[in-house]
Design a protein around this ligand. Structure first.
Ligand SMILES: [Zn+2]
Length: 157
């Protein structure tokens, strides 16, 4: 079993002569057309932008439908269920703000609604159990006052 060995944030600061500012994680900057996605995430809801003309769902949300170019759309509630398409376990070589999280998992998640989302796979300390095709469910991480990140965890059998 792969052991998780966290580096303390204060150790990183001292080691690399960094300030608190250097260790601030970059956050998503909502656009006019993605704002509803972030507003919903803040309420711990996962929504997707669905074209009212052709039914295509775009994720990340875009300013028009990437299938038929229509602007008319609705926001639908996603089931919050998906499967793992691919993943990477990061052990090193990431920007400073993420050092304290190492090792961590990034995944490409295929949602039941047919779109693919990139996010962290969490609550899976035993990396040996991670495999493509595994069932995942969304969880919400309130990382700031404004931003909540949808992340994914294995569905407990
Ligand atoms: Zn469309």
């Amino acid at each position: 079993m792969a052991e998780k060995q966290h580096i303390d944030i204060e150790t990183i600061k001292a080691m690399m002569n960094l300030t608190d500012e250097d260790l601030e994680k970059p956050l998503p900057l909502p656009t006019k057309w993605s704002q509803p996605f972030w507003d919903a995430a803040k309420q711990h809801r996962l929504v997707l932008r669905k074209c009212s003309k052709c039914g295509n769902i775009d994720h990340p949300p875009y300013l028009y439908c990437t299938n038929c170019h229509a602007d008319e759309h609705e926001w639908i509630e996603a089931s919050g269920r998906g499967t793992l398409f691919a993943y990477a376990i990061n052990h090193f070589g990431v920007p400073f703000p993420f050092w304290a999280d190492l090792p961590y998992v990034l995944g490409m998640v295929d949602l039941e609604e047919g779109v693919r989302m990139i996010s962290n796979i969490v609550e899976c300390d035993d990396f040996e159990t991670i495999e493509n095709g595994m069932e995942l469910e969304v969880v919400f991480d309130d990382v700031s006052e404004e931003i909540t990140l949808p992340k994914w965890r294995p569905v407990k059998k």
